[in-house]
Design a protein around this ligand. Structure first.
Ligand code: NI
Length: 176
């Protein structure tokens, strides 16, 4: 496995629409997912999309911070190929997001509170899942990357964006 270089804000690959993976079970896709997982862990991220490692294909990975992960002390990563999202309610919430392509920065972003998503795992099995809270948020954030959208395009307020420590000092406290 290897750690891949991450494209940062300004790199054109981040604004390009990705293409579908034709052959999901191709060994190259499996290797890419393993490398993306290693990269995400190394950078301490919770999600990563293929365009962020300069591959314009519909592949995302994300971590699940659930009780099972806490109990087993093992990092659980879900890989999703050719994902589709369906919102399951009109309800939204605003939360601070970061992105490995925009290191050190946070932005306040509106997302659907609950969604359902589908796609394929790296063995070609179909995945169908309902998600809410941070699980729903990370999937929406990563799927945005597949459409050339980064979170700075979705800020609820142009001012609700900045360096982590400044945001923590001036925003989170204000919003408590
Ligand atoms: Ni991101």
């Amino acid at each position: 496995m290897s750690i891949l270089k991450i494209a940062r804000l300004g790199h054109p690959i981040l604004y390009k629409k990705t293409s579908l993976v034709d052959n999901i079970i191709e060994p190259g896709i499996k290797k890419l997912i393993h490398d993306m997982s290693e990269t995400m862990i190394d950078y301490k991220g919770i999600g990563l999309a293929a365009p962020q490692v300069h591959i314009s294909k519909q592949i995302i990975i994300f971590r699940m911070f659930d009780d099972q992960e806490k109990e087993s002390n093992e990092i659980k990563i879900t890989a999703l190929i050719n994902p589709r999202i369906i919102k399951t309610s009109e309800e939204t919430d605003d939360k601070w997001e970061g992105c490995l392509s925009i290191p050190g920065m946070l932005g306040l972003v509106k997302r659907y509170s609950s969604i359902s998503y589908e796609g394929f795992d790296m063995n070609g099995n179909k995945i169908q899942q309902n998600a809410n809270g941070s699980h729903a948020r990370v999937v929406q954030h990563e799927c945005d990357h597949l459409n050339g959208i980064v979170f700075t395009h979705r800020l609820v307020d142009k001012k609700a964006y900045g360096y982590e420590d400044e945001i923590e000092e001036y925003w989170n406290k204000k919003h408590e």
